[in-house]
Design a protein around this ligand. Sequence first.
Ligand code: GLV
Ligand code: MN
Length: 225
Amino acid sequence: MAMSRPSSSPLLLVLTAALAALVSTCVADPEPVQDFCVAVPPAGGGAAAYPGFPCKPASAVVSGGFFFAGLAGAGSTDNAFGSSVKPGNVLSFPGLNTLGLAINRVDLAPGGVNPLHSHPRAAELVHVVAGQVLVGFVSTAGKYYSKVLTEGESFVIPRGTMHFQYNVGNASARAMTVFNSQLPGVVGAAAALFGADPEIPDAVLAKSFQVDAEIIKLLKSKSRK
Ligand code: GLV
Ligand code: MN
């Protein structure tokens, strides 16, 4: 006797949705539809619109459109954190437009820290070029993963996770960080919580962290410059 088969269309729908979800979670920025799209930044700056800036006409693009020297020198680490992060994203390096890539240079004085932050739009690869750097992040399960890296070693930070780099050596340290987004975005932990504009009410922060409002005021005084 012939068995009646359930209609395959719901199954097909589920499979298609699963495949679409899989593809979209593997791709940080949209796939380009041309070799390159050296950006024409909007006059007066401004945020990049999805999926990026408009392209310069290909006939007007010269080799310099793919070149960026902005990370050549060390940034000043003469600040409270003892660190400097120089960004190489589509805003400073128009050749990155639509390529799904960005790169930063991180300089750390001895004992310096690139303080806790996350990138909402990209995973990060940390490659240490000089010195000894403790790199760590916390997963959504609350597990802390870390490693001390020396020259030539790398560590990856999953997208959106809170992370830092800390110079544990006696000399200056340097790392190059690479992202799978042309504009990874950055959310500084202390800046977002205690330096937001307008302010998050002290009562909300005090209750959230289960501490006195005085402690919140102190933290705000450090983050609101
Ligand atoms: C380092 O964490 C960076 O964002 O460059
Ligand atoms: Mn980072």
